[in-house]
Structure formats: C-alpha cells, structure tokens
Design a protein around this ligand. Structure first.
Ligand code: ADP
Ligand code: MG
Length: 250
C-alpha cells in the first residue's frame, strides 16, 4: 500500500467545481456570470439548482456538462479533470458520462425517436445501439412510438425521447435545465417521475434546474444561486424526507 492506493480508495465526487469563474460576451456586453463557484456533488445524489432568472443556473449546468469551459478554476466530472481534455476527447467524454435534458427537448427533427436515441450510442461505439435504444424507449413508455418523428410526438413524448437519449449511455451525471418548463403539470410530473426513477436505478447523479419548489424538494439537496454565486451553505439546505430521489444514495 502506498499513498496513491489509499487516496483512490475513497470514491471521488461525481462533480467537483473549484474556484470556477466564467465571463461570456464581448466588449461592453461582457458579463461575469459565474463567480468563484466551489461545489461538490456526490455519486447518486440528486441536487435541485434554484435561484432567480439570470443568476447563472443554466451557465453552471453547461460548465458541469463540459459545454462551456470556465476562465479559471477546475471542473472534475466522474474523477476526470475535464479542463485537461482537448475538444475531441471532451466530446467523447460527454457522450459517455454526461446526459443532458433541455426545456425545449432538442431532438433531431429528421430522425425517428429510435434514431434519436440510437445514433449517439452508435457514434460512441456501441455495437447494440438500436437494441439498447429500443429498451430505453420502452422504459419511458414509448415502445409504440419508435418510428415516429419528433413532429409526430406530443411535447411530453418528445421529452421522454430526450430523457431516454440522455440516460441511454448510463452517464455519470444527468443535467436537466427546467425539463418541465414547456409541459403541463401532469405531463411534467410524469417526466420527473421517470427522471428520478432512471436516476435512482442507475445511481446517476442528477443536477436539476427548476423554478418549481415542490420539484426541488424532491431532490436530496437544494443549491441556491444568486448573482452568479452559490448562496451560503445555510441556504443550500438538505431536503428532509426527499421522496422522488429516495434510494439513490443507499
Ligand atoms: N453567451 C452569453 N453572453 C453574454 N451574457 C450571457 C450569455 N449567456 C448568459 N448570459 C448572461 O448570464 C446571466 C446568467 O444566465 P443564465 O445562466 O442563463 O441564468 P439562469 O439560467 O439562472 O436564468 C444572465 O444575465 C445572462 O443574460
Ligand atoms: Mg436558465
């Protein structure tokens, strides 16, 4: 036994941000969006990310997902310092370890539901991409919709496809940016139930941006942002008796 083996015995957090700063925009329009963000999220943990509009929630998700590189600071996902990866390696890493669900679904309109899920798996090198995609779509209740194009699906169905696509590679983290924002309440609840179920079954880490306090309360922990900063720990409360995410941390 040496120091290295002792260190590696403790599982690293799923996501760790240390001293992250990010400005976007050019010239006078440049905005310092993320300010000294330091945050750790455990494996299998579900975190609700809340805060006023413009506080930096979406930008923070993009940094965690490796879609924006911070100006300073370190971002570690599933033990990988993603700032050290070049663009190709980062894209491959995202394909394996990061699932993303957006408010507006972001499906490829010229692909069927099955292709939307299978093609990214195939690009990531999965030999059984179409079989796996079929199983993932069945798991979100879309076994009868495989050959439908996005325009032929309801909003709720499109978001189910997006969720199946995000979870299909068994990513280390699933980030969701107001995933129910374009859905009615009942449909949104179905999507959220499926999201927590998929997350718990796979022990995926979930970071969920939402304006819905009830939805945030279903996470293990709520993190609040204000003006580009994570609000002090007292305000980033643990949620007692989190129901939807129950079991994910056992
Ligand atoms: N590409 C960009 N260029 C300049 N400013 C941006 C850019 N993206 C976001 N912003 C600004 O950063 C702030 C935070 O945005 P965002 O992360 O979308 O907040 P939230 O998701 O909490 O509503 C906002 O003031 C927004 O206008
Ligand atoms: Mg946002």
């Amino acid at each position: 036994m040496n120091d290295t083996s002792v260190k590696s015995a403790a599982a690293p957090p799923a996501v760790a941000l240390a001293g992250v700063n990010l400005s976007l925009g050019a010239g006078a329009a440049r905005v310092h969006i993320l300010k000294d963000i330091t945050l750790e999220i455990g494996r299998g943990e579900a975190v609700g990310l809340v805060g006023p509009s413009g506080s930096g929630k979406s930008t923070l998700l993009m940094v965690m997902a490796g879609l924006e590189r911070p100006d300073t600071g370190m971002v570690t996902v599933a033990g990988e310092d993603i700032g050290r990866l070049d663009e190709d390696a980062l894209a491959r890493f995202r394909g394996r370890e990061v699932g993303i669900v957006f408010q507006s679904f972001h499906l490829i309109p010229t692909m069927t539901a099955l292709e939307n899920v299978a093609v990214p798996l195939e690009l990531a090198g999965a030999a059984d991409a179409f079989e796996r995609a079929e199983r993932e779509l069945a798991a979100v209740g879309l076994a009868e919709r495989l050959a439908h194009y996005p325009a032929q699906l309801s909003g709720g169905e499109q978001q189910r496809v997006a969720l199946a696509r995000a979870l299909a590679p068994h990513p280390a983290i699933l980030v969701a940016d107001e995933p129910t924002g374009n859905l009615d309440e009942a449909t949104g609840r179905e999507i959220v139930d499926l999201m927590f179920k998929g997350q718990a079954e796979r022990r995926t880490t979930l970071v969920l941006v939402t304006h819905d306090a009830n939805l945030a309360a279903r996470c293990h922990r709520v993190v609040r942002m204000r003006s580009g900063r994570v609000a002090p720990a007292a305000a980033s409360e643990a949620v007692k008796g989190a129901k939807g995410a129950k079991g994910a941390m056992t």
